[in-house]
Design a protein around this ligand. Sequence first.
Ligand code: ARG
Length: 482
Amino acid sequence: MGHGQVRRQRQTQVRQSMSNKMWGGRFSERPDAIMEEINVSIDVDRHLYAQDITASKAHAAMLAAQGIITANDAKNIGKGLDTILSEIRKGSFDFKRALEDIHMNVEGRLSELIGPAAGRLHTARSRNDQVATDFRLFVRDTIDDIDAALARYQAALVRRALEHADTVMPGFTHLQTAQPVTLGHHLMAYVEMAARDRGRFRDARKRLNESPLGAAALAGTSFPIDRELTARTLGFDRPMANSLDAVSDRDFVLETLSAASITAVHLSRFAEEIVLWTSPLVGLVRLSDKFTTGSSIMPQKRNPDAAELVRAKTGRVIGALNGLLIVMKGLPLAYQKDMQEDKQGAMEAFAALSLAVRAMTGMVDDLMPEAERMKQAAGDGYATATDLADWLVRTLKMPFRDAHHVTGRIVGLAAKQGVALHELPLSEMQSVEPRITAQALAVLSVESSVKSRTSYGGTAPKNVRAQAKAWQKRLEKEQNSR
Ligand code: ARG
């Protein structure tokens, strides 16, 4: 044997001993460094450790209950998994990149802890149904967290709405002053949006709550497993009916990301309003030092960074949804490694959304309305013109179109003189429509304008108070039943 030959033989032996223990049977060489780099997912899926261990415990207990492994092996597996859980929680667990992902890291450590019995855990199971199960459990937990955060956001909005049921502010269409509304009414609009957002998360949760575990690689298994049992143990409503579907769809992530995207868009719109309202050009609202930052060069600045970042995080959430839709769109059944890319974007998006909800809750608690400025701005731009037109309809029985025309001419007069509608002398109004009386002037104040909007869902303070109180009750009841 030549020198070179001996060296090559030794290298092969070294590589063989380093080939993957989990699936290395027919492999004789270590993966290339680049292969390992593109394949490894432990940096992301380590966040699934709790779900992975919970699912493995359920699987092992089921295997024993079905007589597929011995009760003793199942007991040791359970104990070993508990040890691993506490090692990870303590931060003493050594995550190995060579073991690719969380599943093989856990199993690798298990075999160090309990020996060959660890190798029985993967009976009648594959990483394909394992990862689908883990991620469903993770997304379910995430939905519950976001739902609780949204409930707290709603509670903060309701509190402030009650406080400001009578605070008049300008309502806008086209960002032009339109009609006076109350701040309470405006805040309650976001309570309704958050309620629908929570409904979408609830719907997604209902549909995702089926167990893929036991679908194995793609075709099911020849072992007499009990999928009902593992499903029940893990809090799923039932096992998924088709093994190919169970391992190869990620619609539960897509659906949750869709709900997250719509929620983020709602938060972003409100955040944008806060940015607008706190601008010195507008000045309807102030934020305290707690939710603003200064400028390193301009000492006078108070920047609404939190609101701006809520607005920006929306991009991350929608980006994750788009990203995963594109990952999935060309995939044949069943599992494809592409699906490993489902987790990072989704996890980042859920974290971003959760932070955004909490930041908005903080700002809702913090914001200080400039009530005087709001009231003044509410009357700017002839915002009560509709009230005058309505008065003409109600009192003079004018058709609304004619009343609109008459009011338009009166607004024109006031604009020419540079005065507000209620400052225009009655005689000037009468020059346009002689039947107008002093009584009409009373409807021109912003307070009487909002008070008059008593139709269901309208801005009248008594409506707002009733809505806010009803929501308060609902949220408290929900809180107590948690
Ligand atoms: N890390 C993988 C993922 O997240 C686990 C499943 C691997 N399955 C496989 N057949 N290679 O998708």
